[in-house]
Design a protein around this ligand. Structure first.
Ligand code: URA
Ligand code: SF4
Length: 195
């Protein structure tokens, strides 16, 4: 019988991965972290400066905001799982290229399959436009698609997808901060409803 895939195996592979050119400029790959049995999985875009330095997701300014939002809905970082679409930092924080997304996302898919979360929260445009079409939904600008729960079948299991603005956007625009606040309220309600 084939050995079951584990989060640790994925993390080890990601740390040594050289499948796309992003390995050349990274300091550390950032596989993701948290509870492999999490009910809620957060998916961001790609590591930024501090994530690359530390090898951990969302540890910079956007991460502080994410932590704040998490504690408001009663979660600590260790209870959820936090990952990114792309595991190595694109130079100067540029957008990841379609080819990089294509090469890297088999890791994310494996992580999703291992966790089988009840909820997936996508943070920002790149995560939404990777996850929603995979579940058969049309994607669009975050402003249009956020604030809703998509009941989906993803990679063979049932999951509720909640697209949100990226916390980095909320840091420089108070309008997005309000929307992110409201969407975390929505997540909280949904969690209570479906517990
Ligand atoms: N932004 C992201 O999308 N991911 C991180 O890990 C940090 C910042
Ligand atoms: Fe490998 Fe992904 Fe890093 Fe590219 S971004 S080197 S595919 S882990």
């Amino acid at each position: 019988m084939p050995k079951l895939d584990t989060m640790e195996a994925v993390e080890v592979e990601v740390k040594a991965c050289r499948k796309c050119e992003l390995w050349r400029s990274r300091k550390n790959a950032v596989p993701g972290e948290g509870n492999p049995d999490a009910a809620v999985m957060f998916i961001g875009e790609a590591p930024g400066y501090w994530e690359d330095v530390k090898g951990r997701p969302f540890v910079g300014a956007a991460g502080k905001l994410l932590d704040e939002m998490l504690s408001r809905v009663g979660f600590s970082r260790g209870e959820v799982y936090i990952a990114n679409v792309v595991k190595c930092r694109p130079p100067e924080n540029r957008d990841p290229l379609p080819s990089e997304i294509k090469t890297c996302t088999p890791y994310l898919d494996r992580q999703i399959r291992i966790i089988e979360p009840r909820f997936i929260v996508t943070l920002g445009r790149h995560a939404a436009s990777y996850i929603l079409p995979k579940a058969g939904f049309e994607t669009g600008s975050i402003t249009k698609i956020h604030g809703r729960v998509y009941e989906a079948n993803l990679l063979g299991f049932k999951v509720f997808i909640i697209p949100m603005h990226h916390p980095a956007a909320a840091l420089y625009n108070v309008k997005y901060r309000d929307k992110l606040d409201k969407d975390f309220e929505l997540l909280k309600l949904e969690l209570e409803k479906r517990r």
